[in-house]
Design a protein around this ligand. Structure first.
Ligand code: AMP
Ligand code: ZN
Ligand code: ZN
Length: 428
């Protein structure tokens, strides 16, 4: 009896100790819930992503609220995405100031050797797994400075990166109405000062969806969606200005859109060989992972001999990258479709035919293609008025956000404040 009591007591002590040490270790990387005195004195930033909003939409369609926002704020001719110009790599580049090769989200789909699993944007388990994400996204950088943050969606915001998430956040649900997102952002700005977030991210997928469905040249469909979105943004701008707070609103998009007829879709199944290699398709870049690396040259030569509307490269020689890709998760061989072509599944190509669809919009292509460019518009007390800069790479958004919020800019990022600081008041 006595021995059992002692053993039980020992067990209780051990469990208590281990749960204590757990608490201590999470406390090191804990989410900030209260602004420090210094943070309370900082301005506010709302970072808004308009997925797939191409650089020329505002000039083509004159949405009233966005046009007024730009006129009294700053803009760049366009925002140049990173390769591949897909949604997840580019949102996370905007959030971290790093190219995909460095931040780790190298595609909407990719194989991870460390995790021995495939990351897919529709797989909630991997999307929420912080292990896939490198760098210090802006909400973490703010968190480190004891600044309260919030997110109504942004790639990475739902993952426990370095054990930290935004103070307030939602798991992604594309069905949440845009109005609900705006109402919540305005509620956050009305919270008591100690708990009020200074860094808020928001995300709207409307223009990406309409662009994919009808292509970027269908003015009628684009303008309909754009005006709806513009109304919602107008409500946000009004609501923000009523708070009287020093809020800087930064609007970006992850990429543009190119018209791709379905006749230029290439069935990916034609190139697959599950026995010899794993094939990861992002439409505009296909990663090949040989199962046995001693077969690499044979696989490469075989694919190379079959080039038709696409080209095959050893990874380090692949064009379109801004750097020599180093992350092993790319695989050793890449297949790149010729401009205007796109890899998809045979089922999807057949479905489009059955629905008598001929045109689609796609992105992911070479960032040098102007159709792939997105937008950067910003307005607020820390920014100039009516100021335009040339096209700029999206790696530079992060250091700008850090500067506005008075956060330390990590020295291992790819972005550079000097490239963008002229949009700030009192800066050349
Ligand atoms: P794509 O056009 O394929 O590059 O990806 C765009 C899609 O990404 C959108 O239609 C959204 O459904 C999806 N998406 C955006 N943000 C998230 C998120 N945080 N979690 C999951 N899916 C997302
Ligand atoms: Zn996108
Ligand atoms: Zn898209």
């Amino acid at each position: 009896m006595g021995i059992r009591v002692i053993i039980c007591s020992l067990l209780v002590i051990m469990v208590t100790l281990s749960s204590c040490s757990k608490k201590i270790s999470t406390a090191i990387n804990s989410t900030t819930t209260v602004n420090s005195d210094a943070s309370m004195k900082k301005p506010y930033v709302i970072l808004i992503s308009l997925d797939g909003f191409r650089w020329d939409y505002v000039d083509r369609f004159n949405p009233p609220n966005l046009s007024a926002f730009i006129k009294t704020g700053v803009k760049s001719e366009s925002l140049i995405p990173s390769f591949p110009s897909k949604t997840f790599p580019n949102h996370y580049t905007i959030a971290t100031g790093m190219y995909p090769d460095k931040h780790g989200i190298i595609g909407n789909t990719f194989y991870s050797y460390d995790k021995n699993s495939v990351y897919r944007i529709r797989d909630r388990k991997v999307v929420e797994d912080g292990d896939f994400y490198r760098g210090s996204p802006i909400w973490i950088q703010a968190n480190k400075a004891n600044m309260v943050t919030a997110s109504y969606f942004f790639v990475g915001s739902e993952a426990d990166i370095q054990g930290i998430k935004p103070t307030y956040y939602y798991n992604y649900d594309g069905n949440v109405k845009n109005e609900t997102r705006v109402d919540q952002a305005l509620k956050w700005l009305q919270m008591p000062e100690k708990k009020r977030p200074h860094m808020i991210t928001m995300y709207f997928s409307d223009m990406d969806r309409v662009g994919h469905r009808f292509g970027p040249n269908n003015d009628e469909k684009l303008i309909e969606r754009l005006l709806e979105l513009d109304l919602v943004l107008g409500n946000l701008f009004d609501g923000v200005s009523k708070t009287g707070l020093p809020v800087n609103i930064v609007i970006v998009s992850d990429h543009g859109m190119l018209e791709v007829p379905f006749e230029k879709y290439i069935p990916i199944e034609d190139l697959m060989n599950d026995e010899l290699y794993m094939t990861i398709n992002n439409g505009v870049i296909v990663n090949i992972h040989p199962k046995d690396n001693s077969n690499m040259n044979t696989i490469y030569n075989d694919l190379k001999n079959r080039e038709e509307n696409f080209k095959v490269y050893k990874t380090k020689n692949t064009p379109n990258f801004e750097y020599v890709p180093k992350d092993k998760n790319w695989g050793t061989i890449q297949i790149i479709p010729d401009e205007g072509y796109f890899f998809s599944t045979r089922a999807r190509i057949v479905a489009a035919k059955e629905e008598s669809r001929t045109i689609s919009g796609q992105h992911g292509f070479d960032p040098k293609l102007k159709e792939m460019h997105g937008v950067f518009y910003a307005n607020g007390p820390t920014l100039k008025e009516g100021y335009v800069i040339p096209s700029i790479k999206n790696i530079h958004i992060y250091p700008l956000l850090c500067e506005i919020l008075g956060l330390e800019i990590p020295d291992n990022i790819d972005g550079n404040l000097n490239e963008i600081k002229s949009v700030l008041q009192n800066k050349q």
